[in-house]
Ligand binder design. Sequence first.
Ligand SMILES: Cc1cc2nc3c(=O)[nH]c(=O)nc-3n(C[C@H](O)[C@H](O)[C@H](O)COP(=O)(O)OP(=O)(O)OC[C@H]3O[C@@H](n4cnc5c(N)ncnc54)[C@H](O)[C@@H]3O)c2cc1C
Length: 399
Amino acid sequence: MESFDAIIVGAGAAGMFCAALAGQAGQRVLLLDNGKKPGRKILMSGGGRCNFTNLYVEPAAYLSQNPHFCKSALARYTQWDFIDLVGKHGIAWHEKTLGQLFCDDSAQQIVDLLVAECEKGNVTQRLRTEILSVERDDNGYTLQLNGGTVQAAKLVIASGGLSMPGLGASPFGYQIAEQFGLKVLPTRAGLVPFTLHKPLLKQVQTLSGVSVPSVITAENGTVFRENLLFTHRGLSGPAVLQISSYWLPGEFVTINLVPECDLAEFLNQQRDAHPNQSLKNTLGMQLPKRLVECLQQLGQIPDVTLKQLNSRDQEKLVEALTAWRVQPNGTEGYRTAEVTLGGVDTHELSSRTMEARNVPGLYFIGEVMDVTGWLGGYNFQWAWSSAWACAQALAEQEA
Ligand SMILES: Cc1cc2nc3c(=O)[nH]c(=O)nc-3n(C[C@H](O)[C@H](O)[C@H](O)COP(=O)(O)OP(=O)(O)OC[C@H]3O[C@@H](n4cnc5c(N)ncnc54)[C@H](O)[C@@H]3O)c2cc1C
């Protein structure tokens, strides 16, 4: 039986970073993954360029039943610390929008960074590995693998959530939490497109590919100002992905498709200046042509000039475009979701070390726990920060 100081399950963002740091602090670390390659989600992330952090990381950008939990780790290992590390590896990056930082070249660079840091920490990595059982005794944790038995005083679960099963996602982390008596909060897909009921879907499909700036509001009052994308399956784009994390089945979202102007004021001004201008052409100054044409075909934009538009119809039109109420049929689910909401209840964990309060030597980091960030690099920053906090604790105990 091989023995290590710490075994880390999951060679994703959190697991690799934690393994590297703990290894560099002198721990003998074994990093396990069921996949062929480490960091598979990183490679897919940010359209292949990995949105690795955000300039404006703050606890308010994270959803959790225990909103204070993430504060300590985010404050101790910040976006600036990770940006510094990216700089040390000579990786060029740029801000795309809203503080979102991407590699100039490729997400592979972030995986290479983590692999290099793991090598520096002499981390033993074992891929294509299934964990058949986990047992705990006075010496720590014994894992039966498909290729033998391994043992360590400490076990770190970094196996992520349920999104994208094609990339190795599994409920392993939740099962281990339950095996050791930790509460697991219900999970659901987050940062995910909405599907629509048939009649609305038929209308929306004709707009597939059209993207508009929008302000989108959930029933609980959460608001995002980002782009909305019409697709052949329903609604997507950053605005929809963001609000999906705050949406529950049966609820409505309210969408302002003309967020950059006061539409009523704009129509009044245009009527004064160009009374014979068609309503359709006037709206075309604020909205994509395809959207205006589609709304006209659907009878939502009357075929009139501005002077023919009476105040009641104008009010109805403004309401339809600035407070469009949509009741999604559901979401596309884990198949396309970027994250999993819910997971290991953080009330069960130390926010300083990520160790289970009642199970010495058992740690949870990254997405497996009930901490979920907004779209825009926040989820990777949680992986880095929680991994760093855990690695410090592993090293402290060693010393
Ligand atoms: C398509 C896509 C794009 C994304 N883009 C971004 C982005 O640009 N910016 C951002 O901040 N976030 C992004 N995210 C979210 C981000 O990828 C995750 O939040 C982050 O990867 C979580 O890190 P993690 O280490 O906790 O889990 P993961 O990265 O999911 O790693 C978990 C690892 O555990 C392994 N594993 C699972 N079960 C087992 C098991 N039973 N045995 C052994 N190993 C197992 C998996 O194979 C995986 O390698 C994106 C997500 C997706 C799906």
